[in-house]
Write a protein that binds this ligand. Structure first.
Ligand code: MSP
Length: 527
């Protein structure tokens, strides 16, 4: 890969269909991308985090018709009332929000495909075959499943497919099969995790069919520049959002800084679009392909197999209203192995909240700040009389920080959060073993010094936890930073992950405060 010294870390989510309100399924992708963005910022990197909405195509058109409004009115309404507000609900820190109906995008779509057309990779033909509107995807007859009435259904949505038969423009995708296989070989990180990579390789090895890229039976899309009776197929318009927002075709300097994308997160249902069609499109236009496409699993609710539409039953606000956005983010990022399917239940979420957050980190923080208050008038004592136990704690911190850093580089987000959570348990265990409340009964200078060393070590560990948990639980981390009086070290956002393991940063003498509980007890635990 060529060196780009000023390259930003560019992370994207898929853009969401404005057919219905967001679900915890959609929010899952956004939270994961947000954690990566915040983590990389905490390393001091220049970060660009993009999300947005996918507004063209038959599916959005149908939703608008069902609601008796124009597709543009419908899209505006959903973006304004649902898709933008949900970002604040889950505390997403996106740098840009792209809508595919914006002129900055539609103009780029036309230019991009005109260039591919001019290069000879687009031709006119006739398409006939099954199409699932819910997926906005052409299906192979062999992929379909049998319905009760002997009809053929989409395997993802378990709903009927329509048979399309029309004259279209085609993208010569089949020409790119060999170059794609070469890409998967030479850049193994291009599709991750490994299971997704294997799936994509075996799919492409079977040979690729050319892709129908235009439709003439409806007009809710970007008009094809060389034939205005057609609009572009929604996916080949939508995929280009990633290059549009990076400045492709308008701002070469920004494009050179941002592109290629470092991590493109997608759910496994849309892997082929991102790992096959998308890089082939870029190759056809002579643009670099992304560095990594990472497919995560599907969320289930209450252990039930869930289709994309069923999960819409739970809106992120419902969960955030009970647990807060930090606990929401922690739960989804820690308890589901990123890349595997996972499940959500109110009971499980309540249990994790209570044991790991309220009784874990929350209780630890209030114990430490309360003891510094009680035994040292709220001023952090020195850690001069530290011994073996404190050295071990410092070692545990540096191991946790290394594990977390290394896991984030593999997009193993759950491993990173787990490494930090295990360190929190370790600190809790340390305080319990050291029994500072007993040491406090020894009022000799040695006893006082020992008590100081224990509380210093616990507070210093929490200083590191604030930095390490900041990407996942930004509000909690900020409250913790304040409770520790750590503002004297500078703003939390200026703390670098590279330095987090350096022991002894909190200056003795700072004022600790026992603020409100970081994770209040649940009133209604949904059990
Ligand atoms: N508009 C397309 C993406 C175009 S990207 C150029 C799309 N939109 S979507 O709204 O249907 O889905 C967006 C994302 O939400 C996908 O990554 C999808 O996997 C994710 N999820 C939707 N339901 C989900 C679950 N139940 N579980 C986990 N993620 C799921 O596809």
């Amino acid at each position: 890969m060529p060196e780009q010294p000023d390259k930003a870390f560019y992370v994207t989510t898929p853009i969401y269909y404005v057919t219905a309100p967001p679900s915890i399924g959609n929010a899952y992708t956004t939270v994961a991308a947000d954690v990566l963005a915040r983590w990389h910022r905490q390393r001091g990197e220049d970060v660009v985090f993009l999300t947005g909405t996918d507004e063209h195509g038959q599916k959005v058109l149908e939703a608008a018709e069902q609601n008796g409004v124009s597709p543009m009115e419908w899209a505006d309404k959903l973006v304004e009332t649902e898709w933008e507000p949900v970002l604040a609900v889950i505390d997403a820190s996106n740098d840009d929000f792209i809508r595919t109906t914006e002129p900055r995008h539609t103009e780029r779509v036309r230019e991009f495909w005109q260039a591919v057309y001019d290069r000879g990779d687009v031709y006119e033909g006739t398409y006939e075959g099954p199409y699932c509107i819910a997926c906005e995807e052409f299906k192979l007859p062999a992929e379909l499943i049998d319905g009760d009435g002997g009809d053929k259904l989409c395997p993802i949505h378990e709903r009927g497919v329509e048979t399309l038969s029309e004259a279209n423009y085609f993208f010569a995708l089949s020409r790119y099969a060999d170059r794609l296989l070469e890409l998967y070989e030479s850049q193994p990180a291009f599709v991750q995790p490994e299971s997704a990579r294997n799936e994509v390789i075996s799919f492409v090895r079977q040979g690729l069919q050319d892709l129908s890229i235009s439709r003439s039976t409806f007009d809710w899309g970007v008009p094809v520049p060389w034939d205005d009776k057609h609009v572009f197929y929604v996916w080949i318009d939508a995929l280009l959002n990633y290059t549009t927002a990076a400045g492709f075709g308008t701002d070469p300097e920004s494009f050179a800084r941002i592109w290629p994308a470092d991590v493109q997160l997608v759910g496994k249902d849309i892997l082929r679009f991102h790992a096959v069609i998308w890089p082939a499109m870029l190759m056809a236009a002579g643009v670099d392909v992304p560095r990594r496409v990472f497919a995560h699993g599907w969320l289930q609710v209450g252990g039930q197999k869930m289709s994309k539409s069923k999960v819409t039953a739970i809106h992120p606000s419902e969960v955030v209203d009970t647990f807060g956005s930090d606990a929401y983010r922690y739960y989804f990022m820690k308890t589901i192995a990123f890349g595997s399917d996972g499940s959500f239940s109110w009971e499980h979420m309540s249990a994790v909240y209570t044991s790991e957050l309220a009784n874990g980190l929350g209780n630890l923080t209030s114990r430490v700040t309360a003891m510094v208050g009680k035994y040292f008038d709220g001023r952090l004592p020195t850690g001069k009389s530290s011994g073996e136990a404190e050295r071990q704690l410092a070692d545990a911190l540096s191991t946790a920080a290394k594990r977390a850093e290394e896991a984030v580089d593999r997009v193993a987000i759950h491993e990173a959060v787990t490494a930090v959570a295990e360190f929190v348990s370790r600190v809790n265990g340390y305080v319990t073993e050291q029994q500072p409340w007993k040491v406090a009964t020894d009022e000799s200078p040695e006893g006082r010094a020992r008590l100081g060393a224990i509380l210093y070590a616990a507070a210093e560990s929490l200083r590191a936890v604030a930095v390490l948990h900041c990407a996942v639980m930004p509000k909690t981390a900020a409250a913790l930073w304040e409770a520790l009086g750590a503002q004297s070290l500078g703003a939390l956002s200026d703390q670098r992950l590279q330095d987090v393991g350096r022991w002894g940063q909190l200056p003795p003498g700072v004022a600790l405060t026992k603020g409100p509980a970081l994770f209040p007890r649940l009133v209604d635990d949904h059990s």
